[in-house]
Ligand binder design. Sequence first.
Ligand code: ZL4
Ligand code: CA
Ligand code: ZN
Length: 397
Amino acid sequence: EYGMEKPQGYSVSFHYNPHVEYHHFGSSHPMKPWRLTLTKQLVLAYGLEYCMELYEPRPATFDELAIFHDREYLSFLSNVTPQNAKPDDNAYLAFGFGGDSNDCPVFDGLWNYVSIYSGASMNAAYNLLNKQSDVAINWSGGLHHAKKNLASGFCYINDIVLAIQLLLTQHQRVLYIDIDVHHGDGVEAAFESTDRVFTLSYHKFGIDRNGYPFFPGTGNINEMGPTDPANRGKGHSLNIPIDDGIDDDQYKWLFKTVTGAVIDKYNPTAIVLQSGADSLGGDRLGRFNLNIKAHGFCIETVKNYGRPLLLIGGGGYTPRNVARTWCHETAVCVGAELHNNLPTHIPYIQAFQGAENGGGILYPDLHNTKRHDNLNTDAKLNKLVAQAMENLRYIEG
Ligand code: ZL4
Ligand code: CA
Ligand code: ZN
């Protein structure tokens, strides 16, 4: 008995094509699609599939992806393989592959992988348009760095932009919110010339002690989109730069205050929420100190505004904690409370047992598991919020 209840007439849909799981970026690459296997296992273990509609979407087609991406880029992406890739080729580097970083490797089944996660986001967006769902979830999407002709930061196709483009066919104003620890630069750039999409990203911003900026290096508080007064999109982005080690109470306050102000002023008719789980404490790439329930608080806060909501994944580099978080957030959407002790009858349960794997519970304490000192004082956050409010002046009331 998990205490679940489904409010009458309120519907959640879960869009997932399991073929996405079988793709590998390379053995030591931080992006692990099998975190989606773990997520699905937890969702099923708690019986959440009985509280929502399950969809197994088809992959997106070349033409569907071309609604945002350049066809030359898509031709390259659909043809390149580890066997035929020429890392010295101009196109290869120009389109963002390989290079010194290897952030975006060419791997077996790459085209299949990108069309699957994109197809799921588009399918979820159609469900909102058809009013089949109030909340539509795709944990395999959220690849917010991809540009129309460029792979960047583990992202090849920007499924978020594609989904927002679909929502714009019926919605006058779409709000995009991004709680991944990285700046949602690709989505911001895609809609910089329109006032019909407002982008809001919370992220780590700063330079480390070796002089390297935290990826992608953009998203300071003064970056609000184009400055040209003739540009319709002027001021329709808000960036919230955060320092290392932010804790639950600070983040919840910051998120509630700023997001609330944006929703009240912009009054979107649909919301897209990228729920990257690399903002959790102990993440391999992240710097924050959030617990699962503080992360989930953001989803609950947005859901409670009652606008059509597309909830998508994103980063997250501690696979077990990613699965815990996204399972918890699925429960938040359907209005269920979950037992802390993981159900024991599931496959993969051993993956969650033992102290190093989170001790068989859903909500392990993640605070300071990587010991990032908290560099965010309340005074600095107060000043940040004041600046953020100031930045909202471009929204017409
Ligand atoms: C890796 O171990 O900061 C890629 C990337 C591959 C395997 C072996 C190759 C070794 C960490 C990251 C070379 C690694 C060089 N392998 C990594 C400036 C950088 C150049 C690349 O959550 N080096 C680039 C991108 C970020 C940079 C973050 C977040 C995506 C999202 C949405 C993207 N890139 C410095 C780093 C490894 C790797 C180990 C890595 N890359 C960590 N941070 C980055 O926002 C999904
Ligand atoms: Ca972000
Ligand atoms: Zn990220």
